[in-house]
Write a protein that binds this ligand. Sequence first.
Ligand code: KG4
Ligand code: ZN
Length: 343
Amino acid sequence: MLVIGLETSCDETAVGIVDDQRQILANCIATQWDEHKPYGGVVPEIAARAHLDHIDTLVKRALAEAKTTLKDLSGIAATCGPGLIGGVMVGAMTGKAIAAVRGLPFIAVNHLEAHALTARLTDNVVFPYLLLLVSGGHCQLLLVRGVGDYKLLGRTIDDAVGECFDKGAKLLGLPYPGGPAVERAAMNGNPEAYPLPRPMLGREGCDFSFSGLKTALRQLTEHNAGDKNFTADAAASLQAAIADILTDRTKNALELLQNENEKIAALVVAGGVASNQFIRTHLAELAAMYHMPFVAPPPALCTDNGVMVAWAGLERLRLGLTDGLDTAARPRWPLEASLQTSS
Ligand code: KG4
Ligand code: ZN
């Protein structure tokens, strides 16, 4: 089985090809950072146009990299949501057009499911597992019971964690994209320099909150701008606060599952923020406390990529879950609803 996957939901145009032996045959990506940099964030119209400019070339490049042709594919998968709708439509329409012309099965992939299943490609993790999904638009704890079978344990009640990194970076005068910039700046800073708040810490349940942290950082920048070590110390303090929040809420989820006698195979982290080394280390320590394997895909497969879409497509295809060419692109698409979309 050979599946190609198209990803266009945010600011990366990406195409990947995988097979059912868990081999990555192609991983092509065109980031749009330079196009969005002047605005300090993703501009949806610019993103959609850039996807349109790059997607055909990337499909060709991926096929060449995998030394294959469209006629050898078993299926074509494309992210159909959630995401910036203009961009999602570009990938979805391209995927459907190729599927129609070549008579290939089409798989409408939920972007969150693509992140959620990546650990099965990279580390062969078996179901069920606990997933901390941390990206630019989401922050959720999920029990992953199977393909299309997710139980939401907790989620953010305000901002997504990646958003907290991105807005925090902007406040600190660090470049876009904010997450990697904060991580780099934090390497030279003291994580205990500023005691930033950790909303929800110690509270029951598995929900997250980040807006109070952002407000506190804004106030901090107003009072400390100009201090030579400020940016590095504030970045390190922000990163430490976020890591504490993520670890505390994940600990509650592990407790909850333990109390419910739910045997899980691993603690898995996925999504762009999962590429953060400091956060990975904290989560690995937590997993070790619970004698639980910890799985974090390689950083390049945590941030958006086409390989994860191809893999989610392959997982669905081998269960016979394909989609009609009338499947709509959608800006919102909760993971719990992903099974019902298949025809
Ligand atoms: O999964 P992703 O690539 O796109 C979405 O689906 O949203 O996640 C992007 C988010 C951005 O907010 C970005 O700042 C954050 O992931 N991110 C990081 C790091 N690399 C990317 N956050 C913290 N540390 C990083 N190294
Ligand atoms: Zn993503």
